[in-house]
Design a protein. Structure first.
Length: 425
């Protein structure tokens, strides 16, 4: 009853219609999807889509543009894997799991099979993680299977650089009904790999670009910008849904939200953008100097509104859009399995008590550590709690200490303590 789907060819046609039809018929499709909603959060999303269509919002034009460019295989997977199994019907399966075991599984499982990378980006969240061990293909597949039984159908690949692992394509092929999103610098994707992604259709690709060429190359290395942009353009031409991801720092703040930079990304094939502010994680973020200032963070909501008003792109900003997940999703909406199997509340939350090599998935979900992390969200709900690491560092420190959680990125606890002291003044 939970694995309802329609043939990819039919779902591709439905989304193809949405990319070309009038607003009136687009609304009819949205109204059809509304019949599958289960909770108020779904209803709010449907209402927001209706309003965006009525307002002729540029974001709707961006979505149409994306659907026109992706190939039929990708369209079908978008509808079945992400929208139906991942969100609408996936919720029903996760609710059934909750009713049986009294703990909610994450909507999104993040996996970093490796911290190895062909680049050395300053400020990378994985910069101080252990590099002596890695997840095997079998371990990754087991985690996807266990999470799938609980209703988690969205899997995010991180790293390091995921495409260092050649078996990533075999995993994508083994789980054709799972919706994958892969964050990558893109530089290891040649024409053959791009063609395979286009054929599989079940992976959305987010290319790391941190602003104009000078800034991106300054952080990632000479040639990183041109290489990333070229791969993004090739993926788009192959019909793969592709966008860019960026770390918003104190230094690139103005560029990231500028129309000129975003227009360049759109012209090179970007259908969406993921923006996340730099956070105090480990010695990769020395002295907090790359973390946006309080004044900059206060400007982000207005910056995002202006970006969406001026550009036909689906623009997601973790800081401004925390209301979508009703605040920080660490340990609740998301879980991260790092390269040695430690389970962290989020990829940006490098503390762990349990490891997938030692405990079953259900036992990890029910751990006291994750339960207390979720209590932070309950105590400080709402839009202001965008990232508890950044907004409530003292509360995080307390839970970490209470459960003797392991610091999985060296120096993070020290950075959190500095931030907590600043906030206390």
């Amino acid at each position: 009853m939970f694995d309802l789907s329609i043939p990819d060819s039919l779902s591709s046609k439905i989304l193809g219609f949405a990319s070309n039809l009038s607003d009136k018929n687009f609304l009819r499709i949205v109204d059809t999807l509304a019949k599958l909603t289960s909770i108020e959060w779904h209803d709010k999303g449907i209402a927001a889509m209706r309003q965006l269509i009525a307002d002729k919002h540029p974001g709707i034009a961006g979505a149409r543009r994306a659907l026109q460019k992706v190939n039929p295989k990708v369209r079908g997977k978008l509808f079945n894997n992400y929208l139906l199994r991942g969100v609408l019907l996936g919720y029903k399966k996760r609710l059934a799991f909750y009713n049986e075991f009294n703990v909610a599984p994450p909507g999104n499982l993040m996996i970093s099979p490796t911290t190895s990378c062909n680049l050395r980006c300053y400020g990378c969240y994985a910069g101080t993680h252990i590099r002596t061990d890695e997840l095997t293909q079998a371990e990754v597949e087991h985690m996807i299977e266990e999470a799938g039984k609980a209703g988690t159908n969205l899997v995010t690949w991180l790293g390091g650089e995921s495409f260092i692992k050649p078996w990533i394509f075999d995993v994508l092929e083994k789980f054709p009904q799972v919706g994958f999103q892969i964050f990558t610098n893109g530089l290891l994707l040649d024409d053959e790999k791009i063609a395979r992604l286009a054929k599989l259709g079940n992976a959305i690709i987010a290319i790391g670009i941190d602003g104009p060429e000078e800034f991106t190359d300054g952080r990632k290395g000479k040639g990183a910008y041109k290489g990333a942009v070229e791969v993004m353009r090739k993926l788009s031409e192959a019909g793969v849904l592709v966008g860019y991801s960026t770390m918003v720092s104190r230094q690139n703040f103005e560029d990231i939200y500028s129309d000129a930079f975003i227009r360049t990304m759109i012209d090179n094939g970007a259908a969406f953008a993921w923006c996340a502010i730099a956070i105090p994680q480990g010695k990769a973020c020395k002295e907090l100097q790359i973390v946006p200032t309080d004044e900059q963070k206060a400007m982000i909501p207005d910056k995002v509104r202006q970006v969406r008003k001026n550009n036909d792109i689906v623009f997601i900003d973790f800081y401004a859009d925390a209301r979508i997940t009703e605040g920080c999703g660490a340990g609740r909406v998301s879980l991260h399995v790092n390269n040695i199997g430690d389970v962290e509340p989020c990829v940006f939350f490098p503390f762990a008590v349990d490891n997938i090599r030692d405990k079953p998935f259900l036992d990890i979900l029910k751990s006291d550590f994750l339960q207390d992390i979720r209590k932070i969200h309950k105590k400080y709900p709402g839009e202001l709690n965008t990232c508890m690491m950044a907004s409530k560092p003292q509360a995080v420190i307390q839970v970490v200490q209470d459960h003797h959680a392991k610091e999985t990125s060296e120096g993070t606890l020290e950075q959190l303590s500095v931030l907590a002291e600043k906030q206390a003044k």
